[in-house]
Ligand binder design. Structure first.
Ligand SMILES: CC(C)(COP(=O)(O)OP(=O)(O)OC[C@H]1O[C@@H](n2cnc3c(N)ncnc32)[C@H](O)[C@@H]1OP(=O)(O)O)[C@@H](O)C(=O)NCCC(=O)NCCS
Length: 185
């Protein structure tokens, strides 16, 4: 898989509210971060094998991992952010690997992480276009404003590429994607 176009998204200041913190993941937390999504992406792997695959993943090393933590420091949710080649001349970021610890699901943590990252990247880095691939029901991402890419720009059958940007950036961004397809990340 050629992933040369993926780079870590810029760093963000930590954000804290009501005892929750959204911050960059520490190296020592990465195994716990990887395990949050094992039920979805583990494909029957045992813990040790799954961790080996995640630790060796070039894709995972090419992004910046963010975590949401509880007041006691416990990890609740995580996501990765990439800097992508710019679309329509605007800073374009990719988000992915969103996972909430199984025991903490259904409490709004993933929505908070996505919203927090969107707001922070807009505010601190002036990011204007966001892309992601949905493995789950699109409505989860549509609630946050993401729209599916046109069918001709979908690189995979098993995930739906989606984008979020200001309405006036949609057409130029889609044209740029058509000229330079990014592929799945
Ligand atoms: C998807 C996931 C990140 C949601 O985390 P969460 O913290 O529970 O999310 P929130 O509480 O913010 O939102 C909950 C909503 O997520 C949606 N959702 C959760 N799991 C879903 C799934 N497998 N398919 C479709 N929608 C799902 C539901 O709409 C749910 O709304 P409801 O509570 O009204 O039913 C979590 O279920 C998870 O880690 N799953 C495994 C990894 C994964 O599949 N990640 C998504 C990659 S695209």
């Amino acid at each position: 898989m050629a992933l040369d176009w993926l780079c870590p998204a810029p760093a963000l200041p930590a954000w804290c509210r009501d005892g929750l913190s959204l911050r960059e993941a520490a190296a020592a937390e990465m195994d716990a971060v990887y395990l949050m999504g094992r039920d979805a992406w583990g494909d029957g792997c045992g813990v040790a094998e799954y961790l080996r695959l995640c630790r060796d993943s070039r894709k995972y090393r090419r992004g910046r991992w963010h975590v949401l933590t509880a007041a006691d420091g416990g990890l609740l949710c995580a996501a990765i952010a990439y800097r992508l080649p710019s679309l329509a001349g605007r800073l374009t970021l990719g988000l992915g690997s969103l996972a909430t610890a199984p025991e903490a699901r259904g409490r709004g943590h993933a929505s908070l992480v996505l919203n927090g990252l969107l707001q922070a990247y807009r505010r601190h880095c002036r990011a204007e276009v966001f892309l992601l691939f949905a493995d789950i029901d699109l409505r989860f991402y549509q609630r946050l404003g993401f729209l599916p890419l046109p069918a001709a720009l979908q690189p995979r059958a098993d995930a739906v590429g989606m984008a979020l940007c200001a309405p006036e950036l949609w057409e130029p961004s889609m044209r740029a994607l058509a000229e330079r397809p990014l592929g799945y990340f």
